[in-house]
Design a protein around this ligand. Sequence first.
Ligand code: TYM
Length: 328
Amino acid sequence: MREIVVSGIRPTGNLHLGNYFGAVRSFVQMQETHDCYFFIADWHSLTTSPKPENIVRSAETILAEYLACGIDPEKATIYVQSDVKEVLELYLFLNMNAYLGELERCTTFKEKARKQPDNVNAGLLTYPTLMAADILIHKAVKVPVGKDQEQNMEMARKFARRFNTMYGVEFFPEPQNYTLSERAVKIPGLDGSGKMGKSEGNCIYLYEDEASIKKKVMKAVTDSGPTVPNSEKPEVIQNLFTFLEIVSTKETYDYFNEKWNDCSIRYGDLKKQLAADIAAFNAPIRERIAEYSANRQLLRRIAEEGAEKARESARRTIEEVRQIIGFR
Ligand code: TYM
C-alpha cells in the first residue's frame, strides 16, 4: 500500500515562489510514489477574509495553477476543501478535545490576532483543528509543507494522539511534515522582511512575466557590499543567494559566490541575472496557467471528480470515527 499524503493551500491570492518551493514542488514529486490528496483550503481562507469577493473563482485560480505546476489529476486527488463536508464533522469532534489554552498559545493565532484585532474569530482560534481534520480525514502520514506550518503540524499530531488515547484506539497515524530537502523550506522575501508571503505583500507570483519580475527583483534590499574577503553574508544578501540556489544554474551561483568572496560583486548584475532566471523558470508555468484558466469547464470537471474521490476516502474515516466515539 502506498503511503497517504495530504496538503492544501489557501486561495487568498495566486501561487507564489514560496508556495511553489515550500510545498507544490513536493506535491509534484510525491504524486508519483504516494497516494496523494491535494486540496484548496477555501474554508481556511474565511478566517482572515470572511467576505470573499468570489471564493469559487479564487479556488479555480489555484486549481489552474496546481495543474500548471504539474499536479496531475490522474495521479493525485485534487479537490476543494468545501466540497468534502465530512471534514466538518471531524473538525467538530476534534474541537471537543482541543483546549483554549493550547490554541491561544499558537504563534500563528497570536500573529493573526495582532494583525486583525477587530476580527479575532473562533475560526482563527480553531484553525489548527480544521487543519488537523483536513489531514486526519484521509489518515495521512506525510504532509508536504513549508517551515511556517511546523507548529500547525505539531498540533495535528497532538490531536491525533489525543484522539487515540482518549478512545483507547490506534486509529489516526501521527502525520509528519515532509520536505524534499534536509531542512524545512523557508523562501525569503526580497524586501528584507524574512518570509515571502501574501500578507507580507512581497511575493513573486508564478504568473508574472519578465518585466514585472525584474521590477521587483531590482528593488530587492541589499547593503553597501563586502569589504572583507570570504565574509559571512548578511541576511538580505543571503536571501538573494537562496533564490540563485533554487532557480539558477550551479555555475551562476558559483560565479556570484566567488564575486562575493573576493569583494568584487555588483548587486545590479546579480539582480539582472536572477530576474532573468526567475522569468525563465516561470515562463512554461505561466503559459500553462493561461491555458488552464481559460478552460473553466475542464477545471470544474477535475474539481468534481476530485471531490468524489476525496469524499469516498473521507466517508470511510468518518464512519469509523463515529463508531469509535459511540454513535452506533
Ligand atoms: P498557505 O496557503 O499559507 O501556504 C501554502 C503552502 O505554501 C507554503 N509556503 C511557504 N513555504 C516556504 N517559504 C515560504 N515563504 C512560504 N510561503 C508559503 C506553506 O508552508 C504551505 O505549505 N495552513 C495552510 C493550509 C492548509 C493545510 C492544511 C496544509 C490548510 N489545511 C492541511 C497542509 C495540510 C496554509 O495556510 O498554507
